[in-house]
Design a protein around this ligand. Structure first.
Ligand SMILES: Cc1cc2nc3c(=O)[nH]c(=O)nc-3n(C[C@H](O)[C@H](O)[C@H](O)COP(=O)(O)OP(=O)(O)OC[C@H]3O[C@@H](n4cnc5c(N)ncnc54)[C@H](O)[C@@H]3O)c2cc1C
Length: 500
């Protein structure tokens, strides 16, 4: 058997978590091999081609480049320049016939909230607190690469890395967003609906279940610089891929990791490609960018038991229904690229419990995504994976029903869509997602925030098996491109500390 020993680090999965760790390591001279089971790299932050158009696989909004945020650090350390254009305002929320513009400017945003929800004093106090908490959370997150602490020495490091004056923020780990809304007197039914759906896309949870510590960052997402990647997020991944390759690394697509074992201080990684050819690699360091739920199936013995135990704490997560639609450009010029559309109060998308859908559009004139004056739309909504796996013969009918419902909803509520001609439309369910990015049960978007889980209980980046690390949205700090980038940066810091 040929064993390839060319690489210092093997990374399983090319999501943004794995790509970030890979870029930082390649920058320091490590020879990195990234193994990706799918046809294209990037996982949930990638793009795919269909009938001449480019659609986003999952993520569409992009933040994290402002000072003290993870992609800022990634670019600063490596010199990588991710191609991007700022978009402002980045988002509108459509609620009960009103357009709520999510202005980036903080004062303008507070004024918008006052216009829609009233209560100037309460709204101002709530948002001022959210901005203060969020700015500090970003800063502190980057300053503490060994969080959650896993060793006594890392606990000891915490007071040295942090300013004692910042300790006030920790109380918000124990208060939900809803608690804080009540404290500032802004917990009206309308504001709660708005906040719950905004948190659903950033925290995978609602105001009652999201600690304000995390929720503040989720709610103020649009008040940081938001970006658009011409051609789609695959361009971001390809930029990082080229950087790694230029430094002697490699990324193999269509080659899935089948088994990771450890013997004599080295890891053996067995893989299989789409032609069923098998390969074996040896390396002292392995990073898994694969969800913790998948890990027990690609490890054995003690390792498998560890991952089974770790995953049992996170037995609930969302799946997604996503649609890619290409139409002619019938949209008003000033329509933001991202739109969250609320259903009428009490209504839900069929076969889901979702009260809203999220619609992201390609920029007018982005001919890399859509040629000839066309636009592409990526639509997503939350769905329970379990429900989609138990439709017993009704799957196709359910999928069609959801597609028809969403098209009708857009005709009613997305300006311009009723006049647009649909050229391409296709729908993906959690079942499709599992076949696409191989995430168990098609669970995407990481672990939903919960008041029952302390910050310290997130799956850590270092495993008990020396040299085996985890990143991605089922590890601290959770979902989203900036979140998984931070997980990749943290894995890099641990490797630098542990393997001199
Ligand atoms: C519909 C949707 C919308 C979203 N919207 C946003 C948004 O607007 N903004 C935002 O910031 N975030 C958004 N997110 C969340 C964000 O996309 C994810 O949290 C993030 O991209 C996950 O990155 P990751 O590093 O955890 O890995 P993933 O993206 O999950 O990548 C893991 C990779 O591992 C590969 N893989 C799996 N098994 C194997 C194996 N055995 N061997 C080799 N490779 C394997 C997969 O194919 C995949 O490419 C969205 C997610 C979804 C699903």
């Amino acid at each position: 058997m040929d064993i390839n020993t060319d690489y210092d680090v093997i990374i399983a999965g090319s999501g943004m978590g794995g790509m970030s760790a890979g870029a930082m390591l390649a920058n320091d001279g490590y020879k990195v091999l990234i193994l990706e089971k799918a046809h294209a790299p990037g996982g949930c932050s990638s793009s795919y081609f269909r009938k001449g158009f480019v659609f986003e696989s999952g993520a569409t909004t992009l933040i994290g480049f402002d000072e003290n945020q993870p992609l800022w650090k990634l670019e600063k350390e490596t010199g990588i320049q991710i191609p991007r254009d700022e978009i402002t305002p980045s988002m509108s929320v459509w609620l009960d016939g009103e357009q709520i513009t999510r202005y980036k400017d903080r004062e303008q945003w507070i004024q918008e909230c006052v216009r829609i929800f009233g209560n100037e004093r309460g709204q101002r106090a709530f948002w001022d607190e959210a901005f203060k908490v969020s700015d500090l959370v970003w800063k502190v997150s980057l300053r503490n690469p060994f969080f959650p602490p896993q060793k006594l020495s890392e606990w000891g490091q915490l007071p040295l890395n942090n300013n004692p004056l910042d300790v006030w923020v920790l109380k918000y780990a124990l208060q939900s967003v809803q608690d804080v809304m009540q404290k500032f007197g802004v917990d009206s039914p309308k504001f709660r609906r708005f906040v719950d759906e905004q948190l659903k896309i950033t925290a995978q949870s609602n105001s009652a279940q999201t600690p304000f510590l995390f929720g503040a960052a989720g709610l103020t997402y649009t008040n940081y610089s938001n970006y658009y990647v011409p051609g789609g997020l695959l361009e971001m991944i390809n930029t990082i891929r080229s950087f790694i390759q230029n430094r002697g690394g490699a990324l193999h697509t269509k080659e899935g990791v089948e088994m990771i074992t450890r013997e004599g201080g080295k890891f053996t990684v067995q893989t299989k490609n789409k032609r069923k050819e098998k390969f074996t690699y040896n390396a002292p360091i392995v990073i898994s960018n694969i969800p913790v739920w998948n890990m027990k199936d690609i490890t054995a013995g003690e390792m498998s038991n560890y991952f089974m135990e770790e995953a049992s704490d996170f037995d609930e997560a969302w799946g997604a229904i996503t649609l890619g639609i290409a139409t002619n450009d019938a949209y008003p010029e000033n329509l933001p690229l991202h739109n969250q559309i609320h259903l009428n109060d009490g209504e839900t998308v069929p076969y889901t419990n979702s009260d809203s859908v999220f619609v992201s559009m390609s920029k007018a004139g982005d001919t890399m995504r859509a040629k000839g004056g066309m636009r592409t739309l990526n639509i997503s909504t939350h769905a329970s994976p379990e429900r989609w796996y138990s439709l017993n013969g009704k799957y196709d009918e359910a999928k069609q029903q959801v597609e028809d419902f969403i098209v009708k909803l857009l005709q009613q509520k997305l300006p311009g869509f009723a006049d647009a001609q649909i050229e391409v439309i296709h729908t993906a369910t959690p079942v499709t997602w599992e076949n696409w990015v191989y995430r168990k049960k098609g669970r995407v978007g990481g672990i939903p925030q919960s008041m029952a889980r302390s910050l310290l209980k997130w799956t850590p980046h270092e495993t008990p098996f020396k040299g085996l690390y985890l990143c991605g949205d089922t590890t601290y700090p959770g979902q989203g491109i900036p979140g998984v980038t931070l997980s990749g940066l943290n894995v890099y810091s641990r490797i630098k500390k542990n393997h001199q």
